[in-house]
Ligand binder design. Structure first.
Ligand code: ZN
Length: 282
């Protein structure tokens, strides 16, 4: 099986469309989604509806049909009023208010029904835990659930028991693996260096070690590369592949300005604003 792994689209429909077009050439069998379909950009509801079509229910063990392999993120909970407003930045909160005002009942129902975590048998004997933020804080409801390096992965490993854990939330691609040589009582985790954007440097082949993997963000990358990020997990080759896709950033920025026309300029176009940061991938 070949799984596409996507996360953090955040209402950026041009980025999602570019990734789905790119996926058409990668012989993928199914799509896993790690949360935050909504938030920040102009097309949250359209993105949620598009993902509902693509992230199809399938009969994995541990996944009750018709459950989709899509876990809730903090912005999904923000959009349905399940998280306190203080947990969001002023720009995120401004966007969430508009999203809530525009959201059809069916989209709200879809978001409200998303699970906080899933365990899925991806292939015979290969099981993955899916969460948005971290296995200790699945949805990112505390504001502290960021897994950013090997040390964070070592902490996180106490909260999942499967071989693989898939997370999003930081908007930066990351692969951490449990190191072969162990000190008793303190397993060591290290970040793998595979971040070229094309083969073979974008590919990590794994064995029986435990892994934590973040595909980066489709809609708002924060690792300095403005292109949309996603990943493919090939369970036969036992490999993760990271991919980057250029998309029409100016279109997303224009749609944002039209949608949030009542926003203070600083929220959109000042340095670090929602539109400006897309050009820099931060
Ligand atoms: Zn996010």
């Amino acid at each position: 099986m070949r799984y596409a792994i996507l996360s953090d689209v955040h209402g950026n429909l041009p980025a999602l469309q570019a990734v789905l077009d790119d996926l058409a050439g990668r012989a993928v069998d199914a799509l896993l989604y790690l949360g935050d379909a909504v938030g920040y950009y102009a097309d949250s509801c359209a993105v949620a509806e598009r993902l509902a079509e693509c992230v199809a229910p399938r009969s994995c063990s541990g996944l009750a049909a018709p459950q989709r392999p899509w876990v809730a993120g903090n912005h999904e909970w923000g959009a349905i009023g399940r998280l306190a407003p203080q947990l969001f930045s002023p720009a995120a909160l401004f966007a969430l208010k508009h999203i809530r005002a525009d959201m059809p009942a069916a989209t709200r129902e879809l978001l409200a029904g998303l699970p906080e975590r899933l365990e899925i048998e991806l292939d015979a004997g290969l099981v993955a835990t899916l969460v948005h933020a971290s296995p200790a804080d699945p949805v990112g409801a505390t504001g502290a659930g960021y897994v950013e390096n090997g040390e964070d992965a070592r902490e996180a490993a106490q909260f999942f028991s499967t071989q693989i854990c898939l997370v999003g939330h930081t908007h930066c691609p990351l692969i951490c693996r449990e190191a072969a040589e162990q000190r008793p009582g303190r397993p060591r985790w290290e970040a793998a260096e595979i971040f070229d954007d094309r083969p073979p440097g974008n590919r990590l082949v794994f064995g029986s070690e435990r892994l934590l993997f973040n595909p980066g963000s489709v809609g708002q990358p924060r690792d300095g590369d403005p292109r949309a990020a996603y990943a493919v997990l090939d369970t036969t080759a036992r490999a993760f592949e990271l991919w980057r896709v250029a998309y029409d950033i100016a279109e997303t920025q224009a749609r944002l300005r039209a949608w949030l026309s009542d926003a203070p300029a600083a929220l959109l176009d000042a340095r670090g604003g929602l539109a400006e940061r897309l050009s820099r991938g931060i």
